[in-house]
Write a protein that binds this ligand. Structure first.
Ligand SMILES: NC(=O)c1ccc[n+]([C@@H]2O[C@H](COP(=O)([O-])OP(=O)(O)OC[C@H]3O[C@@H](n4cnc5c(N)ncnc54)[C@H](O)[C@@H]3O)[C@@H](O)[C@H]2O)c1
Ligand SMILES: [Fe+2]
Length: 386
């Protein structure tokens, strides 16, 4: 069989070391000339004591550090713009994002906004960012969004809508994976972010147009690492091996879906995050079962392959193995402690039509789904999840 043409892009410089963030200053000083650093993070990480050692290492390596700690989950536009305005007054010449997906997504956009006059409102969508950006280093503390290796930033616009900026400028210059940073991540966030990463791998593997041999290889290895270690990391956050494999798996999944985009699970999850302010990974967990069952009519052969990747016990034909894959994913989510029904997280059934209408706005994602989804289908999927 011949192959289709495909492209693949990722961050060029990735370093992985347990405890490595305590040497972030030296790691950056040897790579960049810039020394006026903007460190973007959230208050929770400062309170957890994760930022002080990193700041110390930056100062010791000769960096002048400006700290921005106003990031909130599912960040709204005002935070991005406020951060960029503040940075402009400080003559920042390198941006460091350190935190979960919310901090990394803001860092990526701010690195662009500091050097450009293009308004953020013109950047949403695919390939709409015009200028260049400042040097950009990304250090994730969740395993996770994979944002450290994606060309995507997700921002909450207006009150409730989540929109993506997708552009080559959002790939960072340097990524540090230090799994020690994830040790204190509470169990429910470990579950939520780990499920998010698994969904990235699954949706990249079944993406309709851009799936390719490299994204496939990464998605398979990501899912293997994540499914083997999710429960161990949830049960004992100090399990170093599990934390390391989760962080690596989340990054591999990020590399996969940056090139072979996610689809209906994310498209239906975003309205839940927007309206109900639920953690992104939990919204994925809530929609995963219904969407996998819906997609199986086309994606069953690929789900059957993923059953083998995850070493799901059993044998049988494609349908049997695809069913086993879906059942295994649901078991993993139950064991992780993630809620499984919309009613369990206070979603009301009279909001389901509004959610379905909103999901249709995620056309950037829905086109990648292996099976077409209309507003009626979306409503049926929310009803199933309810
Ligand atoms: N850019 C992308 O490619 C991409 C992909 C998927 C999701 N996202 C976006 O990323 C955001 C979600 O990111 P997230 O799930 O990583 O969470 P997050 O950044 O929103 O953080 C969630 C909470 O976890 C805390 N936290 C993070 N790391 C911690 C640690 N090591 N120890 C203790 N507490 C810690 C934070 O303080 C915060 O309170 C959403 O806005 C989502 O839409 C982006
Ligand atoms: Fe995600």
């Amino acid at each position: 069989m011949t192959s289709n043409a495909f492209g693949f892009t990722t961050v060029a410089d990735i370093f992985v070391e347990w405890g490595g963030s305590k040497q972030l200053g030296a790691l950056l000083a040897s790579r960049f000339d810039a020394r006026r650093a903007l460190l973007i993070t959230d208050r929770g990480l400062i309170d957890a004591g994760l930022i002080a050692p990193v700041e110390k290492s930056l100062v010791a390596a000769g960096f002048n550090v400006t700290l921005f700690d106003q990031v909130v989950a599912d960040p709204p536009e005002a935070i991005v713009l406020g951060c960029a305005d503040m940075a402009k007054t400080k003559q920042i010449d390198i941006v460091i994002g350190l935190g979960g997906g919310s901090s990394l997504d803001i860092a990526k956009l701010v690195a662009v906004l500091i050097t450009n006059e293009q308004p953020l409102t013109e950047m949403y969508g695919i390939g709409n960012v015009k200028g260049n950006r400042l040097p950009l280093a990304l250090v994730p503390t969740t395993a996770g969004t994979g944002s450290e290796v994606t060309n995507i930033s997700i921002i909450t616009t207006g009150e409730t809508t989540k929109m993506g900026v997708v552009s080559r400028q959002l790939y960072g210059d340097f990524v540090l994976l230090d799994a020690e940073l994830t040790v204190g991540l509470p169990q429910i966030h470990t579950a939520a972010t780990g499920i998010d990463a698994m969904v990235h791998a699954i949706e990249a593997y079944t993406s309709k147009f851009k799936k390719n041999p490299l994204s496939d290889a990464l998605a398979r290895e990501a899912l293997r690492l994540l499914s083997d270690n999710l429960i161990a990391a949830c049960k004992d956050g100090t399990n170093r091996a599990a934390r390391e494999k989760m962080l690596l798996g989340a990054m591999l999944a990020g590399q996969a879906f940056a090139n072979s985009p996610v689809a209906a699970v994310h498209a239906l999850a975003y309205p839940l995050g927007g309206h109900y302010h639920l953690p992104h990974g939990l919204t994925n967990a809530l929609m995963l079962g219904p969407v996998l069952r819906y997609n199986a009519k086309v994606a069953a052969p690929l789900y059957a392959e993923l059953a083998d990747v995850m070493a799901v016990p059993g044998t049988g034909n494609v349908t049997a193995r695809s069913d086993a894959f879906v059942a295994h994913m649901l078991t993993l989510m139950d064991e992780s402690g993630a809620p499984r029904r919309l009613r369990d997280v206070n979603v009301t059934d009279n909001s389901l039509s509004m959610l379905a209408k909103d999901a249709m706005k995620q056309s950037r994602l829905l086109v990648n789904n292996p099976v077409e989804i209309t507003e009626e289908d979306a409503l049926a999927l929310y009803r199933e999840a309810f």
